[in-house]
Design a protein around this ligand. Sequence first.
Ligand SMILES: [Ca+2]
Length: 408
Amino acid sequence: MRNAVQARRKSSGFRPSLSCLEGRVLLSVLIVDDDRRQCPDALFTSIQAAVNAAQPNDTIQVCPGTYREQVKITGPTKSGLQLIAEDPSRTTIQAPSTWSTTGPQAIVDVNGARNVVIDGFTIAGPSQGIEAGVAIENGGSATVEDNHVTQIHETPMTGSSQAVGIEVITGSTATILSNVVDNYQKDGIFASDPGTSATIRDNTVVGIGPTAVIGQNGIEVSNAARAVIDGNTVSDNRYTGPDYGASGIITLTSQPVTITNNTVQRNDFGIYLFGANAPVVTGNSSSKNTYDGIDLVSGTNHATVNNNDSSKNGLDGIFVDSSSTNNTITNNQLKNNKQFDAEDQSTGTRTSKTANTWQNNQGKTSSPPGLVQKGSDNNDNGDNGDGNDNGNGGGHGRPKDKGKGHHD
Ligand SMILES: [Ca+2]
């Protein structure tokens, strides 16, 4: 293993060289400790100093401490770097007092470097003008795993849409796995722009609860990004101001998005598909949201929505607007939703003269009638299950949702 101290000592008898290995790469572990208490032999006291010294594919082991700095991992000479801490509760990268004059004000910024790993940190604001806890940008790629990304906001929190926990933008790729993201300003996790692709799995994303300051979203995919969103728990994104709502999971992209096995609760909208093309929404639980559990709106077409549980929402279990057609909605469990378990405002030649196919959905109330059936374990003595006794669903005060890129 290359020793960085020896590499600098020309008097040393052994002077390691990478070039003589001809195609093989000798990997280093660069050790960082802010105060050299946990790791007395650490060569570096700042993470950025270790990044600057690292060769591609090196490991940077960060010992417990608080690192008040911006970490910039820029360009192909930093590809493959692995920044590893053992325990987020003991190792914090704190927003710096001054930011780099170039690039986004992100605490950790992966800019064009590929196959970077960020694992095991607390990454924390707040800071004025902050854009992200972690940014992957300009064609970079990274795995962001087992971190706690928190307080990515200004002080006091403002209505500015720029601050998000983790962002994947400008044609970048990321796997975002098993992080806790909370106390963010606009979004917990944000993927955007053509060529961007994100796998967002097993994260816990928690908004600040009811607020009139900003319409938050837990996970947002927009502007031609694609994403797999699986196994996350997303809650407490609620906007109490006028005109807009906040979402647990929102897609504003026509690129493929798969939303599976998430638990989404206590948001304004649970899962909100806006102009989506052939999204797959399967196996999610969406409950206790202010408005709807699942929305298909603004020309969401060819969606597959099946085996979801949508219950105890303030308006509908599943809502489809008049512009969303050719969707297939099957085998969902829709219970105890205050307005309708299922509502479809489209018109066409499919189920109940809507433009969509509804089959084997269990519920009690729908508009128009016939979108749901009562389950065999349901002993209510009602009629055929259409339960259309709650009005026509128009004018019920459902606000628009609003993504990061949608300004007032
Ligand atoms: Ca330390």
